[in-house]
Design a protein. Sequence first.
Length: 254
Amino acid sequence: MMGRFGNIGRDARPGGSVPRGSMPGNPGPWAARPSPRLRIRIENRVRAAKKQDWISCFSCVSWCPMSWTEQPVFFVDFEGSSASGVLEYGVATVLGGRVTAARTRLCRATGLVPARDAAVHGLSAESLSAHAPFAAEWEYFAGLRESGPLAAHYAGVENALLKSVWPYPRTSPDFARPGERVTDWGPWVDSARLYGQFYPQFSSSGLASLVGACALQGELDALAAQHCPPDRRRYHAALYDALAGAVLLAALAR
């Protein structure tokens, strides 16, 4: 973010750039006295920089020659933790402004599943013992990253869980910078951040709250009936949550 702000406020005072602590929202001693016109200019540039930072995660929204809706985006959700490992994954593919594919699997625990977590996602180490561990999905997830950007709701959680198993994917396209390649699971499309930027009037950034506020619950339930196992058609089930994020993302294209 600092790099994107660059020299915002430069030459606003004699001698060059605005001192640390003098940006809007954290005024320093000098910043209390800029002209109204200058304040508006600075605030508009800060707002635009923040918006650009999150839009750039849409791979093709602003920098790629084609529309981002023509680029597959893979919405990922995991149930589990750093203690238990990934216990369930769900992936929903968004293309052309709609969900076009989905995949999910239960995974054997690699550590303790706390009772408080099991009460939320409904999964226990015993019930998962016959399944292969998440680490068996390397080719699938590495292939996703090569094909399009990954997305999640509060992407830091999914990114951390992926990195706990595979610190890096294969060298893959940087979809935020066409023609460049990176060895990283990101840049991620973060639906929570995007909705927070574009729709600050919503009181909650939780998946269920946003789906309800955007009148998308019917669409989500229809997709869940098509793609989710019958006993996992609810929030805090990996594919259901991935589909919830996917419909939120797709709604931005409408």
